[in-house]
Design a protein around this ligand. Sequence first.
Ligand code: AMP
Ligand code: MN
Ligand code: MN
Ligand code: MN
Length: 277
Amino acid sequence: MTIYDLHCHSTASDGVLSPGELVRRAREKGVDVLALTDHDELSGQAEAGEMALEVGLRLINGVEISVTWGKVTLHVVGLNVDPLDPVLLLGLARNRGGRTERARRIAEDLARVGIAGAFEGASALADNKELISRTHFARYLIEYGAAKNMKSVFNKFLVKGKPGYVSHEWADLAEALNWIHAAGGVAVLAHPGRYQIGRERMRLLLSEFKHLGGAGIEVVTGSHTPEQVPLFAELALEFDLLASIGSDFHAPGEGGRELGRLTALPERCRPIWQAWK
Ligand code: AMP
Ligand code: MN
Ligand code: MN
Ligand code: MN
C-alpha cells in the first residue's frame, strides 16, 4: 500500500524542520508520496526534491495559499505546481507582502495586554523573514510563558476576539485558483472542517470552488475529527470533487498530527492521485 501525505510545512513557512529534514522524517515514518505545501511559499521545493531523490520518496511540489472569501480566511492547496512558474511566484510574493506589516500590528495588539517584544520574538523564530505567521507568534507566546501549549495559545490569543488578532486581506479565491492553474497544478480546498461557516455557506463555497475549476478537497486531514471524515467524503461526492489526504504536520511534539499518520480515505472517495502517472 502506498502511503500518501499531501500537506505539510517546513521552515520555508511555519514548520520547524528544514525541507530536507522534513522529507527524511517523512520517509522514516513510511511516507511514499509527500507534498510539501508551505504557506504562500515555494522556496523549500528544491531542497526537498534533492532529499526525496536521496531517500527514495516521491515529492509532489505543492503550496498552501491563504485566501479571503467574504469575511472568512480559507486555505487552498495547490498540488503538482511548477515551482518556477512566474504567475504563481508573483502571486505568492504578493500574498506574502502584507505579512510583515500584519506582524507589527499583531505585536502592537499583544503589547496592549502586556506582552512585550512579540514582533522581534516571532521574527527571530521565523527562518523565512517574509513569512512571519501566527504560528511563530504562538511559539513566542509559549516561550514567554503566556500559554502552555499550541492548543491553549490559540484559545487565548491570535484568533478573532482575542489579543493578537488582526484582520487581513489575502488573495481572493479566483486569483488563488488562477495562480495554481497557471502553474499546471490542481487546487484542493484544505481542511474544510476548520472553517467557521454553516452548512449552507459550505455548500456555496464548494460550488464556487468547483465552478472555478477546483479539483478536490481534503477529506482526511490532521484537522478533522473522525466524525468529520465521512461528512466531507459525502460532500466531495456530491460536488464531484476528488479527495485528498494530509497531516498538516508542522513540528515534532507540538500536538499536531505526525507525518503519514492518517487513516485511509473512505472507500467511496476518488483519490486526488487517481490520474497521476
Ligand atoms: P497565519 O497564516 O499567519 O494566519 O497562520 C496560520 C497558521 O496558524 C496555521 O497554518 C496553523 O499552522 C496555525 N494555527 C491556526 N490556528 C491554530 C490552532 N487552533 N492550533 C494550532 N495551530 C493553529
Ligand atoms: Mn501553518
Ligand atoms: Mn491551513
Ligand atoms: Mn497547512
